[in-house]
Design a protein around this ligand. Structure first.
Ligand code: NAD
Ligand code: 6OD
Length: 486
């Protein structure tokens, strides 16, 4: 059987490299395809193609024409919906249910929302008094940044790539995008969709490869990149910041988290259990917003732990393609090793395992895959590494609190500050506690309920800047001020 090869998309053409790497299916460890790995020269070609395209038809297109093209991209994703779902499942092992209800619909929605938003975006205008009494008129004109480097992670591949790509294109930029080396397939399909939709050559370029000493580093240190937008680990964010420092450019970073959920004694118990199970185990815990620390009022602790255990054990861990599968494998063997090292560390740090802690056995080819059991632990101190460090797997530590003040202090005791979930039926308490959370996004009585117009991002080590709605357009377009003396 000939293995297919995923190509880069540079200046409107699909191109190969002499060097390639394997794309592995985490369900069974089998090779899916090979992927071209961009060298420095190809990264440079992609950046220069993007730079040239700024001066081409894209640069002179009206906002309405640009928006219409972005709607065509959304149409293209929807027309090839099943192919996108299959690609995302193959690369990541995520469930059909998740890929078809979250990842791929959001891929299309990201284009539609920003295409519509840019059409109605206004700009500032001031009338300024002058000594001669005639005044002056100041108005701002948003201008694209130029060539934007988009670096995406593997956990929600199409969703997170398009979350940055769509507003950057809507604002008139040209792009060089690098998906994660773990998830090249949906990005390559997207390049086909862009091509079919008639996005002019060079406006969207896609390069495949790794981070350090590979396509990621070549891209982020390139002198002709005008901005970098990155989603991934906080440590990678530091490396990108260093690479970008020499040429000084705007950065937007969505980074890691160690998110807390607080369950108050007055919470709707069933809703809190259901919501917390979702926030711990969605996508195998591989969502930056997932809860890894659960703080439960001491009066509920025993009952809550038992109920969450029941939910964890009732989840169906299985073939991603089965309609009733709740959780697939982790993304890779490397990531599984990391997660399992934390399971081991938890035992060494003195945790009690409520459930899980190991790998499931199937008795078929899945035993060669990157699976782990959903895991709940208790009994660790707040300074244990498993309570402090982001694990990014289907695991949470559960502990108790006695007062609202204590709950707030525990939740905020982290170097991260991405998201928090609060469960209470006292609406005043919900507002009061939410205001005190050191996190960019706080959900009360729900989790990961999205409105794409709202500010999205983290505080502390969880990120720099905000995207979402107008915040995205503000990042991807900088206003020039024009002052007219009247
Ligand atoms: P990662 O940082 O390892 O990789 C992300 C991307 O960066 C990949 O494309 C990778 O190739 C590239 N990269 C790695 N090193 C690089 C370098 N030195 N220079 C340039 N590019 C480089 O992250 P991941 O493992 O793919 O994703 C998981 C992490 O992402 C978790 O920490 C998670 O919390 C975080 N994340 C955050 C958000 C958010 O919105 N805050 C969303 C999703 C994931
Ligand atoms: O929903 C989104 O827009 C978003 N950026 C989600 C990020 C999830 C992190 O893994």
């Amino acid at each position: 059987m000939t293995l297919s090869i995923l190509h880069h998309y540079i200046a409107g053409e699909f191109v190969d490299s002499t060097k390639r790497f394997d794309n592995i299916n985490p369900v069974n460890g089998q090779r899916i395809c090979q992927v071209a790995e961009a060298d420095k020269k190809q990264v440079n070609q992609a950046v220069m193609a993007a730079k040239d395209a700024l001066r081409g038809p894209w640069g002179s297109m009206s906002v309405h024409q640009r928006a219409a093209l972005l709607h065509k991209v959304a149409d293209g994703i929807e027309a090839r919906f099943d192919e996108f779902v299959a690609a995302e499942m193959r690369d990541t092992g995520k469930s059909l249910q998740q890929a078809s209800s979250i990842d791929i619909p959001r891929g299309a929605a990201n284009f539609r929302v920003f295409a519509d938003m840019v059409k109605t975006a206004g700009s500032e205008c001031f009338h300024t008094d002058t000594p001669d009494g005639k005044g002056a008129l100041n108005y701002s004109l948003p201008k694209p940044l130029g060539v934007v480097a988009v670096i995406a992670p593997w956990n929600l591949p199409l969703l997170l790539l398009t979350w940055k790509l769509a507003p950057a294109l809507a604002a008139g930029n040209c792009i060089v995008a690098k998906p994660s080396e773990e998830t090249p397939s949906s990005a390559t399909l997207l390049a086909e969709v862009m091509h079919e939709a008639g996005i002019p050559p060079g406006v969207f370029n896609l390069i495949h490869g790794f981070g350090p000493n590979s396509a990621g580093e070549y891209l982020t240190s390139h002198a002709h990149i005008d901005a970098i937008t990155f989603t991934g680990e906080s440590r990678t964010g530091s490396a990108i910041m260093r690479a970008a420092a020499e040429h000084v450019k705007p950065l937007s970073f969505e980074l890691g988290g160690k998110n807390a959920a607080i369950i108050f004694e007055d919470a709707d118990f069933e809703a809190a259990v259901e919501g917390t199970a979702r926030s711990v185990f969605t996508n195998g815990g591989q969502v930056c917003l997932c809860t890894e620390r659960v703080y439960v009022h001491s009066s509920l602790l025993e009952r809550f732990v038992a109920a969450l255990k029941q939910k964890a054990e009732a989840m169906k861990i299985g073939w991603p393609t089965d309609a009733d599968t709740d959780m697939g494998p982790l993304i890779s063997f490397e990531h599984r090793n990391k997660v399992l090292s934390y399971y081991k560390l938890a035992a060494e740090e003195g945790a009690t395992f409520v459930t899980g802690g190991s790998v499931p056995e199937f008795g078929d080819e899945r035993d060669q895959g990157a699976w782990v059991q959903p895991t709940l632990i208790t009994g660790l101190s707040e300074d244990a590494r498993c309570v402090k460090e982001e694990i990014f797997g289907p695991i949470a530590h559960i502990s108790s609190f006695d007062s609202e003040e204590q709950a707030v202090a525990l939740a905020n005791n982290s170097k991260y500050g991405l998201a928090a979930a609060i469960w209470t039926q006292d609406i005043s308490r919900g507002h009061r506690v939410a205001r005190q959370m050191e996190a960019g996004m706080i959900w009360v009585n729900t989790w990961y309920l999205r409105d794409l117009r709202t500010p999205f991002g983290g505080v502390k080590m969880s990120g720099i800047g905000r995207e979402g709605g107008q915040h995205s357009l503000n990042f991807y377009a900088e206003p020039s001020n024009i002052c007219i003396k009247l």
